[in-house]
Design a protein around this ligand. Structure first.
Ligand SMILES: Cc1cc2nc3c(=O)[nH]c(=O)nc-3n(C[C@H](O)[C@H](O)[C@H](O)COP(=O)(O)O)c2cc1C
Length: 413
C-alpha cells in the first residue's frame, strides 16, 4: 500500500517548484493528490501538475462532479499526511483562524492526518509578528513547520522565508509519517552530540559557550530522515526534540562523555557537533561564592576529549568532527582531522555574525585527501547535504556494502 499525500499548493512564487516536489514525493512511493488554492493557479498550471501527479487537480470546493467522485471529507480521510508547499502567510493565517472558506483549509479542518507546512514568502513577511504568532500557534497545535530556508529570494532580497528545496521537504515528510523504507542510512546506528556544555563554578554559576545546538539537532533529524536509528546526546538547549530520535539530555562535558560512550556500542557513525568545553573549574564550590574580594582566580582543568576518545576506540565508528573556528578555519580543522584520526571534519567559521545561534551556516568538509565546500544555507538544508556526503564516505570505507539510493516511504501493511 502506498502513502497518500494531499499536497496543498498556495499562491506564492515558490509554487513553480511544485512539479519537482510532486516528482520527489512520487519517487519515494507516494500517491499525490494536489489541491490548489485559487491564487496558486496564477503561478503554476493545473495542466503541468496533473501531468506529474497523474491525478486530476482539485481546487474548487463547489465542483459538483469532483465532490461526487471524492468529497472533501473523503479526501481528508484519504490523506496519510497533508502537506502544504508552498504555504503562503495567508494560508497560515486561515488555518490559525479555523476558517474553511476553500477546499484546502476545509481539508485541514476535517483531517486527522498530520499536517505539515513549508512556508515560502518574502523575509519581511516571514518575520512579521503576525506571521510569527501564527507560526507559534500552528506549532502549538502540532502542525509541523518545515523550514523555511534562508537565501536569495524571488523579490531580489536575501533572508529567511525561502521554501526548502523539494528533496528536503519530501525527505522530511517521509520522516514525519515514520516512513523508513530505504533511506541512505537505513538500519544504521548514528550517535550525534549537540549543543554547549555547562561547567559548574558553584551551584548557580557555570562556564558555557554560544552554541545553540541547531546544527547538531539538524544533523540528528537528517540522519533519522535517512532511516538511521539516532541517539542525540544533547547539552542544554532550547530546541524541540526531533521526532523519532532518542534524546539523552546532559549538562557537563563529563556527563556528555559518559552518555556518549554509553550510547556508542555498535554505532556505525558518530557525529560530534557539540561545542564541548575544553576546560572546567578544577573544583565546584559547594555554596554560592560571595562577592568579598576585589579579584578572584578560577583554576581550570582539561575536560575529557569526547571526539578523540571515540575515534580511538578499537571498533571506532565512522567518526565525523565539527571544527568551529574564528580564524584559519581550514588549517585548524585539517590539524584536528589528523591529530584526532577522524574520517571527516566539518569546518565552519563562528563569531557574532556567523555559525553559533543562527539558522544558517556555511561549511567546508575535509577528509584525508580532499575537501568540499558547502555554501551558506539553512542548517536544515546543510544537514541534509552533509548527511549525503557522510553516507557516501561511510559506504566507500565499508567497501563491500552497497549504498542505498533514496528514502522511500514504507508500506503501511
Ligand atoms: C507576484 C506575487 C507573488 C506572491 N508571492 C507570495 C509568496 O511568496 N508568499 C506569500 O505568502 N504570499 C505571496 N503573495 C501573496 C499571495 O498570493 C496572497 O496573499 C494570496 O491571497 C494568497 O492566497 P492563498 O493563500 O489562498 O493561495 C504573492 C502575490 C503576488 C501577486
Amino acid at each position: 500500500m502506498t502513502v497518500n499525500v494531499v499536497l496543498g499548493i498556495s499562491g506564492g512564487i515558490a509554487a513553480y517548484k511544485a512539479p519537482d516536489l510532486v516528482r520527489r514525493l512520487r519517487e519515494r512511493g507516494a500517491d499525490v493528490q494536489i489541491v490548489m488554492t485559487a491564487s496558486a493557479e496564477e503561478f503554476v498550471t493545473s495542466t503541468a501538475l496533473q501531468a506529474v501527479s497523474g491525478r486530476p487537480i482539485r481546487s474548487n470546493l463547489w465542483d459538483k462532479e469532483a465532490e461526487a467522485a471524492m468529497s472533501h471529507i473523503e479526501l481528508a480521510r484519504w490523506a496519510d499526511v497533508v502537506l502544504i508547499a508552498p504555504s503562503t502567510a495567508e494560508v497560515m493565517a486561515r488555518i490559525v483562524s479555523g476558517g474553511a472558506p476553500d477546499l484546502l483549509t476545509t481539508i485541514c479542518l476535517a483531517t486527522e492526518a498530520p499536517i505539515a507546512l513549508a512556508p515560502a514568502m518574502n523575509h519581511v513577511m516571514w518575520s512579521n509578528p503576525a506571521t510569527q504568532a501564527n507560526r507559534q500557534v500552528l506549532e502549538e497545535r502540532g502542525i509541523h513547520i518545515l523550514g523555511p530556508g534562508i537565501g536569495s529570494q524571488a523579490c531580489g532580497e536575501t533572508g529567511s522565508g525561502r521554501m526548502l528545496e523539494p528533496d528536503v521537504i519530501a525527505a522530511q515528510v517521509v520522516a514525519l509519517i515514520g516512513g523508513k523504507g530505504e533511506g541512505l542510512l537505513q538500519g544504521r546506528k548514528v550517535v550525534v552530540t549537540a549543543g554547549p556544555t555547562r561547567e559548574a563554578i558553584d551551584p548557580v554559576r557555570y562556564i558555557t559557550n554560544r552554541s545553540s545546538g541547531k546544527m547538531g539537532y539538524a544533523m540528528a533529524s537528517a540522519a533519522s530522515t535517512q532511516g538511521a536509528e539516532v541517539t542525540l546526546v544533547s547539552g542544554p538547549v532550547n530546541l524541540p526534540e526531533p521526532p523519532g530520535v532518542t534524546v539523552v539530555q546532559v549538562e557537563s562535558a563529563e556527563d556528555m562523555y559518559t552518555a556518549t560512550h554509553d550510547a556508542i556500542g555498535d554505532t556505525d557513525i558518530f557525529i560530534a557537533a557539540a561545542a564541548v568545553a575544553d576546560y572546567r573549574p578544577a573544583a565546584v564550590v559547594q555554596q554560592k561564592i560571595k562577592k568579598n574580594d576585589e579579584a578572584m582566580r578560577l583554576e581550570l582543568v582539561r575536560c575529557p576529549d569526547i571526539l578523540a576518545s571515540v575515534a580511538a576506540l578499537d571498533a571506532a565508528p565512522f567518526t565525523v568532527g565539527f571544527a568551529a573556528e574564528t580564524e584559519n578555519v581550514t588549517d585548524y580543522a585539517r590539524g584536528k582531522l589528523a591529530k584526532k584520526k577522524l574520517d571527516l571534519i566539518v569546518a565552519n567559521r563562528v563569531g557574532r555574525d556567523c555559525g553559533f545561534d543562527r539558522d544558517d551556516n556555511a561549511a567546508t568538509v575535509l577528509w584525508n585527501n580532499g575537501e568540499k565546500q558547502f555554501p551558506t544555507a539553512s542548517k536544515t538544508e546543510l544537514a541534509h547535504d552533509l548527511l549525503e556526503l557522510i553516507a557516501e564516505h561511510f559506504y566507500a570505507m565499508r567497501g563491500s556494502e552497497t549504498q542505498p539510493k533514496l528514502t522511500v516511504i514504507s508500506s503501511n501493511d
